[in-house]
Design a protein around this ligand. Sequence first.
Ligand code: PEP
Ligand code: MG
Length: 538
Amino acid sequence: MRRYKGTAVVRGIAEGRICVFRKKERQIEKVCVSDISAELLKLEEAKEEALIQLGALYEKTVKEAGPESAAIFEMHSMILEDGAFNEIIIETIEKEQVCAEYAVSVAGRRFEEMFANMDDETVRDRSADIRDVTERLLKVLLGEEDSFSPQEPVLIAAEDLTPSEAVRFDRSKILGFITHRGSQDSHTAILAGIMNIPMITGLEIDDSWDNSMAIMEGFSGMLVIDPDEEMKEQILGWGTTYAENVKKLRCLKDEKSITRGGREIRICANIGGVEDVAAALDNGAEGIGLMRSESLYLKSSRLPDEEEQFNVYKAVAEKMGGKEVVIRTMDLGADKKVGYLGLEDEENPAMGYRGIRICLDRPDIFITQLRAIYRASAYGKVAIMFPMVVSAREVRMCKMHVKEAREQLKFEGKPIDENVPLGIMIETPAAALISESLAKEVDFFSIGTNDLCQYTLAADRRNDMLRGIVDRRHPAVLELIRMSVENGHKAGIKVGICGELAADEELTESFVRMGVDELSVSPSNILILRKKVRDMEI
Ligand code: PEP
Ligand code: MG
């Protein structure tokens, strides 16, 4: 039995086999070969295998997400069979007398560069697909597994997990996440919280753990490899107590969140996609305070089109049955990167090209998303929220694009809700400081404390070295929150909090006293918070 102590980031207990997830840093060597026909045959067989894999992926995706989402795999098959692509591979093998792996990597690189330099944006976006296809073919040639797909539910241990990796795993195969890097405010931790997957960070991942039985708990952050019966019972006991407490709270599911003194605060859920709606409703969410729409983009290997987005937003709006759904427009950039956007590496990505900055720069992407949201507004109660705002000018530009999308749809005779509320996230100190003028531009504010803390305290939210050093309840952060609430109310608009601080029970009373109208948290935190509010004397 080996015990390790990390930092708990998502509550819960998980027991099972550990699967160590290592990302491969691949160096393809230029190996000279003498038997050219053997190399060509190897290439042909690998291509056939890759096509079979793509066919299976296509079928799986059609079943799980519909034919539109699956179309990407058809396109990958086409690339794999593309004449020019294959010509470069074959020519390289024949002329340079080198191995198929090297020839594939040469063709992949050349094709990717060629596409990346095209004027047409849609064609440019294809370079990520070329990379994907090349990678698949290389994996087959090198005899590597197609992808990380455990056969049974496992505890995933990884040095680090990006948000896109976290969303791409098959949920039914994940019991828990154990990582070295990452913090409570990291997007991966937030996603794990929404998916209700227990998570611990801050542990040095040891390859020897792979395949060992273990138990982890996301209360104090303990991982025990090969636990003895006594230890297992003890930890499972905590899990049972936690589950019982959660069960007791269930009677509050349909209750309001009102203090004994009569102050009411709405408690809503943060979600990533339609798959989280059941948990939100099951935990008594009064609405969706934040739908991180970028999850949709992270799951995809190309820009999701209007129809795909519309189907997701519509499904969420319908499932919420008239309760408000605040859809935040795509907040990509920083740690939420997608290959197909071709975002450049930046010195300080968190303070760089992200969120609304990308959208205002790429009206094609922005208008597509706004059209999809507006179309969904005909099927429920939808609101739109813009992230990473620092100026009133940006808000006015967003509204201009909104008007454009709305008018296009009206002209096309598509049904929409003409009065979709428009709000912004207050997640930069600049936005909080000018909240008085911003409040005149919008219908609501939602305070994003994850970024607000990061920018106010000069503390990278992903840097776990700052854990215990930086106080997220810093008076400067609380003052910016207070100020935003006051300015929002002066203009007659509602102000909520949707960052992780919203779930901090130590601050709930302060938030209620400040007059915060709404707290939006992971579904599993809703009932705990509701009880907290209802027990308050104020
Ligand atoms: C925030 O910054 O607090 C927030 C809710 O947005 P995200 O965590 O997605 O950046
Ligand atoms: Mg944010």
